[in-house]
Ligand binder design. Structure first.
Ligand SMILES: Nc1ncnc2c1ncn2[C@@H]1O[C@H](COP(=O)(O)OP(=O)(O)OP(=O)(O)O)[C@@H](O)[C@H]1O
Length: 232
């Protein structure tokens, strides 16, 4: 696995609509991300960042070019292949998307049950990762009784509990104050380094760019890569 890039994209294009309404939103995207990298994707509103993230996340089908995730080609892949690849990916979105009628532990455990051998194992894994993200005192709290930063930590725990090879995060700090935002990304950075996964994070938050191993910038559907920053 270590030789295969987690993400390998070549000459990827994407259009929405057809005929007179056709609109190209991604052009000639080339991007390779290796295990252990935390890559930040920036760019103006409407430049195509979320579209690229959802394509990499196997949440929509790529049209032309090549998009490999963990060695699996997603262009032309069947729905079953896309579902299979999603099991290796953790997703963290701007709004944490926790289920309000489940506690912090139950929200994480629901995800853990996809891969754990038994409910007891899923529970143990969930508790361990919630402790790792600093929520040992909040296991049985419902989301409405957690702060924004704590909810986002639960979302991170849920995304990482199955030890995914890839984590995709879309504006994970957008709803947080600067201190909580910083804590959340440093936590992601640490857990990714511990688990050896790759992270691709879309953000407008210029205060957290230094956590990245590399920053790539998108303008009008095209990627501009910047130099390597620090390695985690
Ligand atoms: N399902 C869709 N159908 C048609 N056009 C779409 C669809 N989804 C996105 N678009 C268009 O594609 C372009 C890129 O959108 P996208 O959400 O990827 O940008 P973004 O860089 O993530 O923007 P933001 O930073 O505001 O979230 C936009 O012009 C958007 O209107």
């Amino acid at each position: 696995m270590s030789q295969t890039p987690v993400i390998a994209i070549r000459r990827l294009d994407h259009t929405f609509g057809q005929g007179a309404l056709e609109r190209r939103v991604l052009s000639d995207i080339d991007l390779t991300i290796a295990a252990g990298e935390l890559v930040i994707l920036t760019g103006p509103s409407g430049s195509g960042k979320t579209t690229l993230l959802t394509l990499i996340g196997a949440l929509r089908s790529p049209q032309t070019g090549s998009l490999r995730v963990l060695g699996q080609e997603l262009c032309g892949a069947s729905e079953a292949d896309l579902v299979a690849i999603r099991r290796n990916i953790g997703y963290i979105f701007q709004s944490h998307n926790l289920l309000g009628f489940l506690t912090a532990r139950q929200n994480v455990q629901m995800a853990a049950e996809l891969s754990a051998g038994s409910p007891a194992e899923a529970r143990a894994l969930s508790e361990a990762i919630l402790v790792a993200v600093g929520l040992s005192e909040r296991l049985d709290y419902y989301p409405e009784n957690l702060s924004g930063g704590q909810k986002q930590r639960v979302a991170i725990a849920r995304a990482l509990v199955n030890r995914p090879f890839l984590v995709l995060a879309d504006e994970p700090t957008a709803a947080l104050d600067s201190k909580s935002g910083r804590e959340v990304v440093e936590l992601m950075q640490r857990l990714a380094a511990d688990q050896g996964c790759a992270i691709l994070m879309v953000t407008h938050d210029s205060r957290i760019l230094d956590v990245a191993t590399r920053t790539v910038h998108m303008e009008d559907g095209r990627l501009v890569q910047s130099e390597t920053a620090v390695r985690i």
